[in-house]
Design a protein around this ligand. Structure first.
Ligand code: PLP
Length: 419
């Protein structure tokens, strides 16, 4: 790494208004973490909060805590905190289940809504090939139930694929492999004009960049539905609960198929018959995972404190600095993310035949990025805890791994179960 780059990194860090927040996270010594888009770092306050919830609320409070610690409202309360970060109103978002399960509920609800409107012939759920697998698999599952038909169209042919058969357009806002952003406004408008509803997967954008679900279309209705992940940029911990959004205009007509007792209007009336809760609470199925939700709340509070606009500004600066360092160190890698930082999320991805081994060699040096099958090397820039100095050092390591051919060592070619 050149002296010039480390000096430049230092001046960028000195000028960084978000720098003090790094202390609010536990980043292990010797690790440069470029994978916050897969599993966010542990907030320093989380273990203490968990101790409080486990020993105090659970251990001492026992079942009384459903009321006294307000566990029962935690999913909606946390949803209301996530709402302003994704351009939604508090009553439109709830934290519950996993992203996959929320996809199932909302795809089915959208199809049901189309039937209610007399559009029962519309059965197609349109998405793009190469979307995150679970999104595509959940459509397949509904296809096997004979509720949906899956149609995939590449990015540049999505608009023409929006015909009279399409019930729902399901897209991921920031692509998990390339980071490429969809124009949420343009596609939401096009779907509505074609008589379709829209479901956005915000897993790689929620908490990382400003999202305007309700106001993405300047002079029209905003997004209908959205889902997103709690363990990536929201730092909720492994397998953290996810969140789901339903536009207020749809809440009254909403019917989702996983009619568990926590989505009932009066769960504690123990009635034999299901009556859906009127609001977003209907999206709940079973008993909320209180421990997971409590951990997620700490992460969401931190992101809200920092503000997504500031976070995105910093992540763009980090990724631009990464590109600049690569150039100065003479590392030639094929960029598959958009080169314009406004057209991508908080990540940069490169294609290389030996991406897996390069990624392993970097991990051995403490630089944790990730590999996405078959040939993508992906670096995430979670701005909450990354420093510009980390970027300069990471690129220094990458340059050495490439220059020396270190990645060719046999130990870097063995595949683990999770890649
Ligand atoms: C990470 C991710 C998910 C995760 O779904 P889970 O049910 O939490 O495993 C879903 N969609 C996208 C686009 C993702 O990036």
């Amino acid at each position: 790494m050149t002296e010039r780059l480390s000096l430049r990194a230092r001046s960028l860090d000195d000028a960084d208004a978000l720098a003090p927040w790094r202390e609010r996270f536990i980043v292990p010594d010797g690790v440069i973490y470029l994978d916050g888009n897969s599993l966010g770092c542990l907030p320093r306050a989380t273990p203490q909060r968990m101790e409080q919830v486990i020993r105090g609320e659970w251990g001492a409070g026992l079942i009384r805590s459903w009321n006294s610690a307000d566990w029962v409202d935690l999913p909606a309360r946390l949803g209301a905190k996530i709402a302003p970060l994704i351009g939604a109103q508090p009553q439109e978002v709830i934290a519950c289940d996993s992203t996959s399960v929320n996809l199932f509920k909302l795809i089915a609800a959208a199809l049901d809504m189309q039937r209610d409107r007399g559009n029962g012939a519309r059965k197609v759920v349109l998405s793009e090939p190469g979307n995150f697998p679970t999104d595509l698999y959940m459509i397949e599952g509904l296809e096997r139930q004979r509720l949906a038909r899956r149609r995939l169209a590449s990015r540049d042919s999505l608009l023409s694929a929006l015909d009279d058969d399409v019930a729902l357009l399901l897209l991921t806002h920031a692509h998990y492999k390339t980071g490429e952003l969809f124009d949420m406004g343009e596609l939401t408008r096009a779907a509505h004009e074609a008589g379709a509803l829209v479901l956005w997967d915000l897993s790689h954008s929620g908490g990382a960049l400003p999202v305007h679900l309700n106001h993405c279309v300047a002079d029209g209705e905003g997004a209908d539905f959205a889902v997103g992940c709690g363990y990536k940029y929201f730092n909720g911990g492994p397998g953290a609960p996810a969140y789901a959004f339903v536009a207020e205009r749809h809440l009254a007509a909403l019917r989702q198929p996983l009619t568990g007792w926590f989505g009932h209007a009066e769960p504690f009336a123990f009635s034999d018959d299901y009556t859906a809760a009127r609001g977003i609470e209907q999206l709940q199925c079973g008993t909320p995972p209180v421990l997971g939700l409590a951990a997620l709340e700490v992460g969401v509070d931190l992101i809200a404190e920092m503000g997504v606009a500031r976070l995105y500004g910093k992540s763009q600066a980090l990724s631009e600095f990464f590109c600049q360092c690569l150039g100065e160190c003479g590392v030639a890698l094929e960029l598959v993310s958009p080169s314009d930082p406004h057209r991508r999320g908080s990540q940069l991805s490169y294609r290389h035949e030996h991406a897996y081994a390069i990624c392993q060699a970097l991990i051995a040096r403490g630089v944790i990025g990730d590999f996405r099958d078959p040939d993508i090397l992906r670096f995430g820039f979670a701005p909450a805890y990354l420093r510009f100095a980390d970027i300069a050092r990471a690129v220094g390591h990458l340059a050495e791994v490439m220059r020396t051919g270190e990645w060719q060592r046999s130990e870097f070619h063995r595949r683990a179960a999770v890649t």
